[in-house]
Design a protein around this ligand. Structure first.
Ligand code: ATP
Ligand code: MG
Length: 567
């Protein structure tokens, strides 16, 4: 670990390169010591784990410097945006543990100011209305090595431009008839400076401004100005905006009337293997029913991770762990899984559950007897205490914990071997009952009454301890097991193959008949458990008192790592 790390609330807070920039600025007395960031989602989809990285960075940085963070919806494209997304984004940011106080903004709050600013640019000869269509404008842009060509409309008079722009606003033209462009430099080595479009006609009502506007500012024209009007000091964004920075600064230069200016700083976006992150692609999965909605537990969305059983703490710890850099890379999704495993290990109530049951009859155990066995709730946290688990003559164990003809290294239950039933007794298999097809329907065992509690009565050892659930005293539940949604490391990294071709057909397995100990009788959605030996499980919102539903959040060990090492 570098010397730039400090411990805070049990999580290592890395002093990343952005913090180093801020430290230097504060030393130099910049912005009067103020640190003010913003998180600027476009409400065109649900937030995903990549956004969580940005949220943790923006809010976390402000917290570190006793500053402020605004939530600002970048709602400049009414055709793709919706209030459903606005609501979900607010819920997700709060759930992650961050709060914007009374500083909730929308780029659309600034439509009047942006319009006035555009008028001012026209008046100063720095913007013009171009009547060419999009293809022509784009063809004239040139290439990074070949300068662009000036539009024939570039040198219209201020009066003509003002008149046309007012008529654009009044709705006199159709979509695509004309645009407003900033007049900067068609020969600039930076393509974004070659007279970028700043307003376009869109005859689409807006989810907040209704049909007041039929012209809308482009993202680049709205973002920096919004930062400026809100007093943002650090406009932290992902690397692809680095090439937009000169344009960001150019608009601020035209706008600013004081020494203050927001500073754009870029960082590398989060990429995860086996995952697609673009909202457009996630929307496609939802629309085409490849998943069951935005909050499907296989989705990398924040609401999907929440439903899967991820905690805000685990996601924040993940964001700390991956750090903030200037170079793009791909993070192994097992690091995300590690973060939730580590968090739930500390806090999850342990219970026993059998998800692939086979019945065991303990033939020398009294019929009708129920014994309460004391079990530890969480070995990591003694304060969580113990509970009682009912033991009966008939129990379930996991089908894979029994083998009739075991290979040498199989130490679990098989004819003639003795194993420990966790917290209960030593049992020895005496018989196997099969149906006419040869399928095992029942295993018969005898128990040693002297081994109560699972303790050896005479020092003799058993090689294995199995979890079990009473066949008569239990809660029947549905369990949903998940695997990766894609079976390719980079599903959207193939040139000629659609990412959906790599969907894993086995990513969801529903087990309708599982048995869990009675402790889970009154669970609520999002309650977390460790099912001993099987992993961490979280109660799904589909759960009812009659039929609890558990999602497997993550297995106890990283099975993929094992597969990779073996393969
Ligand atoms: P997507 O490409 O997934 O559609 P986006 O960048 O269009 O995402 P926005 O709503 O514009 O989504 O993003 C809001 C903020 O979150 C922006 O500051 C953006 O840079 C940041 N962000 C988006 N994706 C990631 C990511 N994968 N890693 C880190 N930050 C991200
Ligand atoms: Mg975007």
């Amino acid at each position: 670990m570098s010397e730039n790390t400090i411990e805070k609330e049990g999580v290592v807070k890395t002093n990343n390169f952005i913090h180093q920039i801020i430290d230097e600025e504060l030393k130099a007395g910049k912005n009067g010591g103020r640190v003010h960031t913003r998180f600027p989602p476009e409400p065109n989809g649900y937030l995903h784990i990549g956004h969580a990285k940005s949220i943790c960075l923006n809010f976390g940085t402000a917290q570190k410097y006793n500053g402020l963070t605004n939530l600002r919806f970048d709602d400049t494209n009414p055709s793709k945006e919706d209030t459903e997304y606005v609501e979900s984004i607010m819920e997700d940011v709060h759930w992650l543990g961050f709060d914007w106080g009374d500083r909730l903004y929308y780029a659309s709050d600034y439509f009047d100011q942006l319009f006035d600013f555009a008028v001012r640019l026209i008046q100063e000869g720095k913007a013009y209305v171009d009547d060419q269509d999009a293809e022509t404008i784009s063809a004239q842009k040139g290439t990074p090595t070949r300068p662009g060509t000036e539009s024939p409309y570039r040198n219209r008079s201020v009066e003509e431009n003002l008149d046309l722009f007012m008529r654009m606003k009044a709705g006199e033209f159709n979509e695509g008839d004309c645009v407003l462009r900033a007049k900067i430099d068609m020969t600039s080595p930076n393509m974004h400076m070659r007279d970028p479009i700043i307003y376009r006609i869109m005859k689409t009502p807006h989810h907040r401004t209704g049909d007041k506007w039929c012209i809308y500012p482009m993202y680049d024209f709205a973002h920096g100005q919004s930062d400026y009007w809100e007093g943002i000091t650090h406009s932290i964004c992902t690397l692809e905006f680095e090439v937009h920075r000169p344009l960001y600064d150019w608009f601020i230069d035209q706008l600013k009337d004081s020494d203050y200016r927001p500073r754009q700083i870029e960082f590398a976006r989060l990429n995860l293997n086996y995952t697609v992150m673009s909202k457009r692609k996630l929307l496609e999965l939802v629309k085409n029913n490849h998943v069951n909605g935005w909050d499907d537990p296989r989705m990398p969305t924040i609401c999907g991770l929440r439903r899967r059983g991820y905690t805000p703490e685990s996601i924040r710890a993940f964001a700390e762990r991956i750090g903030v850099t200037k170079t793009d890379g791909v993070i192994d999704v097992s690091l995300l899984e590690y973060s939730i495993r580590e968090d739930l290990n500390k806090r999850a109530q342990r219970v026993m559950g059998v998800i692939d049951p086979v019945k065991v009859v303990i033939t020398n155990y009294p019929e009708g007897q129920v014994e309460q066995m004391e079990a530890i709730n969480n070995p990591e946290d003694p304060a969580m205490g113990t509970r009682m688990v009912p033991f009966t003559r008939e129990i379930y164990i996991e089908r894979e914990d029994f083998m009739e003809n075991p290979p040498k290294k199989f130490f679990r239950l098989s004819p003639g071997t003795e194993v420990r039933l966790r917290y209960a007794y030593f049992v020895t298999c005496t018989d196997v009952i099969k149906d006419p097809e040869g399928h095992i329907v029942e295993i018969h065992c005898t128990y040693d009454p002297a081994s109560r509690g699972g303790n050896s009565p005479d020092g003799r050892k058993v090689k294995s301890t199995l979890h079990w659930v009473s066949a008569t005293e239990n809660v029947k539940a549905e369990v949903r097991l998940y695997d990766r949604l894609f079976n390719d490391e980079e599903p959207d990294g193939h040139k000629d193959i659609d990412f959906k071709e790599f969907l894993n057909p086995d990513s969801l397995k529903i087990l309708p008949e599982c048995y869990i100990e009675p402790f889970v009788k009154n669970v609520k959605p999002l309650d977390h458990f460790q099912f001993e030996r099987l992993g961490y499980f979280t109660v799904d919102p589909d759960s009812t008192p009659e039929k609890p539903v558990f999602n497997r959040t993550v297995q106890l060990k990283d099975n993929w790592q094992k597969i990779k090492q073996n393969g």
